[in-house]
Structures are given as structure tokens and as C-alpha cells.
Design a protein around this ligand. Structure first.
Ligand SMILES: Nc1ncnc2[nH]cnc12
Ligand SMILES: [Zn+2]
Length: 312
């Protein structure tokens, strides 16, 4: 079986995390942005991480080269073209405007660039894409609420709102007003939780109104929570290669995905930051087959569940 032949949704991918090393260097030259690396090999050598923060530090350096509407359009178009080749028919793509607002890039250039890329990819491949605007939990909740207000002119193309960045020390309960406002305005809500934070972070994310949990793998430490997730069919957007590269798991044979699937949790397979973690969504499915014992029928069921978990 070819993983590419399974129609699937990708529900956990950060647009900024799809920036490939060659594109990064091309944009750094074009915009005369100083980077700590000169060659593709040097960039790739920097992609050796010990935990989430060591990754985020490099990820935010990469973000500095995205300056103009065209950069965002090209990035979205390149990612979606690559995803379509992996059999992705629907992509719900995270993007964090706060990073670029802090760098002085107008919101209209960011979002209209992304939507231009979405439209171009759809015309060429048929792939359907929607945006999940993501707030950063290392910044105050008031900033998340301001971001939420600022993107309202583009609300029609935004399917939901998320919460990402440094998890430990920034629990979902600190963003209760943000999520309440998101739900009040009729948007979907999701939160990164249970990646480095414990099952208590997953419970909090559900309490503040998250309908999906991004990662959620540490839920496995709390059997009552696993039963709740299974009973309520709460989708977990799991990213196996991300967890491996950030040291969340020692190897994929030990990844909680097996226990979660066996417990009846609705698991979806995703790439998170494919350029940084050396794997697009198809690579993540193949890694589960090669290293975690997933057979063809199970991969087919995971792809079908990804389509069940999408917001359309
Ligand atoms: N894996 C991850 N966890 C939290 N925030 C992120 N931003 C990009 N990737 C992330
Ligand atoms: Zn993520």
C-alpha cells in the first residue's frame, strides 16, 4: 500500500514550520536579514533539538526571513503542493500572527499572502485549506485577545483558533477568556496540551473549550482521561516524528500512539513542523508502519479518522 494513496486531512501543521532550508536562505538574501547560517547544511545542522524550547528558539529565528506578502503566499503554496502529493485533501494550517506583528509585518500582508497561496494550490491540485490562527502562550492572554480582534476582518477564512509555543508553565487555564471569546464568536478551538505538559494540561484544555487536543500524548499517563477522550471522541492531533525529534519519546516503538489507538481514542497523524522535524505527513504514517507496528488497515483507519476530525 502507498500511504500517498490514502485520502487524508492534515490537522496539525504550523505554516512557519514548513519553511525549508533553501527557501529560508533565499529569503534571508532577498531581504538582507542576518542569519546564523550560510549554507543549507549549516541550517540543517542547527535542527538538532533536545526539547520544545530548543526547537522554538530556532523556529523563531527562521520566522525572521518572512517579510512580504509574497513570502507567505509562496510558503503556503509550497507546503500545500507537497501535502497534496502526500494525499492530503484537507489541511487545517496553524499560523501565529503575533511573531510577525512583533517584527513589523502588517497583518494584511501575512494573511492575504497565505490565502493567495491557499487559492493557488487549490486551483492547481484541488487541496482544500483553512487557517487556524494560533495564539502564543508565552505572551499574556491580553495579547491573545488583541490578536483575536485584529484578525476579525479575515474571519471568513479562519476556521478556528489555537494555542501554541512554550507549554510548561503556561497552562491552558491562563487562556480561559481567549477560548471563551473564540467559542462565543462561533469559531472552533484547539490547544496544544500534553506534549511536554502532563495530563492535567489536557484536562484544562478541555475545560476551557478545546474541541481537539494538539499532541495530547501525555494523556496516556491518566487512564481516566484516556477513557474520557475515547468516550467523547475528542480528536488528538498526534505528531510522531515531532515527538521523537523533541525528546518527548525515546523511540517510536515506545510512542503512546499505540496505547491511545488501542484504547479507542480518535488519533490523527500529522507533521507539526515538517521542515524542522525532517518529515511531512506521509513520512509520519510510514514511520508508524516501520517503527511502531502499524499495519495497512490501521493506517487506512487513521487516515479515515483524520477526515472525521476535520472542521468542515
Ligand atoms: N510542537 C509545537 N508545540 C508548541 N508550539 C509549537 N509551535 C510550533 N510547533 C510547536
Ligand atoms: Zn504544534
Amino acid at each position: 500500500m502507498r500511504v500517498e494513496d490514502l485520502p487524508k486531512a492534515e490537522l496539525h501543521v504550523h505554516l512557519e514550520g514548513t519553511l525549508e532550508a533553501d527557501h529560508l536562505l533565499e529569503l534571508a538574501r532577498r531581504h538582507d536579514v542576518a542569519m546564523p547560517w550560510r549554507t543549507v547544511e549549516e541550517v540543517r545542522a542547527a535542527y538538532a533539538f533536545s526539547d520544545l524550547q530548543s526547537f522554538l528558539d530556532v523556529f523563531f529565528v527562521g520566522c525572521r526571513v518572512l517579510r512580504e506578502r509574497r513570502d507567505f503566499a509562496d510558503l503556503a503554496h509550497r507546503y500545500l503542493t507537497r501535502a497534496a502529493a502526500d494525499g492530503v485533501v484537507r489541511a487545517e494550517v496553524f499560523f501565529g500572527p503575533q511573531t510577525f506583528l512583533a517584527l513589523g509585518v502588517p497583518l494584511a500582508d501575512q494573511l492575504e499572502g497565505i490565502f493567495e497561496g491557499f487559492d493557488r494550490a487549490r486551483a492547481e491540485t484541488g487541496i482544500d485549506a483553512a487557517l487556524i490562527t494560533s495564539a502564543q502562550r508565552h505572551r499574556p492572554e491580553a495579547d491573545a485577545l488583541a490578536m483575536l480582534d485584529a484578525v476579525m476582518p479575515w474571519a471568513e477564512r479562519i476556521v478556528g483558533f489555537g494555542l501554541g509555543s512554550t507549554e510548561l508553565g503556561n497552562p491552558p487555564s491562563g487562556f480561559a477568556r481567549y477560548f471563551a471569546t473564540v467559542r462565543d464568536r462561533g469559531f472552533h478551538a484547539t490547544a496544544h496540551a500534553g506534549e511536554e505538559g502532563g495530563p492535567d494540561y489536557v484536562r484544562e484544555a478541555l475545560d476551557v473549550g478545546a474541541e481537539r487536543i494538539d499532541h495530547g500524548v501525555r494523556s496516556v499517563e491518566d487512564p481516566d482521561l484516556v477513557r474520557l477522550l475515547a468516550a467523547q471522541r475528542v480528536p488528538l492531533t498526534v505528531c510522531p516524528l515531532s515527538n521523537l525529534r523533541l525528546g518527548v519519546v525515546p523511540d517510536l516503538a515506545a510512542h503512546p500512539v499505540r496505547a491511545l489507538v488501542d484504547a479507542g481514542v480518535l488519533v490523527t497523524v500529522n507533521s507539526d513542523d515538517p521542515s524542522y522535524f525532517r518529515g511531512y505527513v506521509g513520512d509520519n504514517y510510514r514511520a508508524l508502519a516501520d517503527e511502531a507496528g502499524f499495519g495497512d488497515e490501521e493506517l487506512t483507519a487513521l487516515a479515515a479518522d483524520s477526515l472525521r476530525a476535520c472542521w468542515r
